[in-house]
Design a protein around this ligand. Structure first.
Ligand SMILES: [Zn+2]
Length: 272
């Protein structure tokens, strides 16, 4: 079994791995090597490689191993296949069990990062419109919206896929929000509170039993939110804008009702 698995290894390699002490120095992705790995290689006078030292095959994830045989240190850079061959050698190499978990974990992390990098590149070209739009918006506007915060991060880090549902939500928002119409979000707490208080006053005039009115209660709850957090969410501001429009309209209607009632009261006879 062992001989079959390690068929590609030279006798020298086989001899080396037998009864050696092994130390895993590092695992790196040779398509995207980080500075720490570069420094480590340099410190051991090694060059970055894309071929396995044991079998000669082309590799992407490289495990850097230090073999200690009678205090004679040798460094090897090997791929995932040969790493599993080593594991088949089992305890004939000291420290192998410990290295197994380390290699698996490191490769998993590197693969995740590699996928994320690929996604970032893909998103850059595929979702250019969204990215440009997000760039144009006020940062505070994005921060206040949970979905935008989430999608902004996802598009830039590639930490997951972008679903059709997410794209539909973005398409919807892109029509709605521009740098211009979202700039009011920068308003400070006192300014916002003053506006809400004005709206509440208007509602007191319009609605009988305003305290049991659902809309009034909602505006009051937004006021509490602003009082506590210092700002409102996009959703809340949207709702406030709609309520404001509705209240304004009803206020006009109420005024007109009062005006049309007016002639009945006024005595027309006097000026003529
Ligand atoms: Zn190999």
């Amino acid at each position: 079994m062992i001989n079959k698995l390690s068929k590609k290894w030279s006798d020298g390699t086989k001899n080396l791995v037998n009864n050696s002490k092994l130390n895993l120095v590092r695992v790196y992705d040779n398509e995207f090597i980080d500075q720490e790995s570069t420094d480590m290689l340099k410190s051991h006078s090694l060059d970055e490689t894309c071929h396995c030292d044991f079998c000669g095959q082309r590799i992407k994830y490289v495990s850097v191993l230090e073999f200690d045989k009678n205090t004679n240190l040798t460094y090897f850079q090997i791929g995932k296949n040969c790493m599993s061959y080593l594991f088949d050698y089992g305890m004939r190499i000291n420290g192998l069990e410990h290295a197994k978990a380390q290699v698996e974990n490191a490769v998993k992390q590197l693969m995740k990062k590699s996928t994320e990098r690929a996604r970032v590149e893909k998103y850059k070209s595929e979702f250019d419109t969204y990215l440009k739009w997000l760039d144009s918006l006020d940062k505070s506007f994005i921060v206040k919206n949970n979905f935008l915060t989430f999608i902004n991060n996802r598009l830039r880090t590639g930490d997951g896929v972008v679903t059709m549902k997410m794209m539909a939500a973005l398409d919807n928002m892109i029509k709605k929000y521009t740098p211009h119409n979202t700039s009011h979000l920068d308003e400070t707490k006192p300014k916002l509170l003053k506006k809400i208080d004005g709206l509440l006053e208007e509602m007191k005039i319009i609605y009988d039993n305003f305290e049991s009115n659902g809309t009034y209660k909602f505006v009051k709850s937004v006021r509490d939110y602003v009082e506590g957090r210092g700002n409102a969410t996009t959703k809340q501001l949207d709702a406030l804008n709609n309520i404001f429009k509705k209240v304004k309209k009803e206020r006009v209607e109420l005024r007109q009702k009062l005006l049309t009632r007016k002639p009945k009261v006024v005595d027309n006879t006097i000026p003529w």
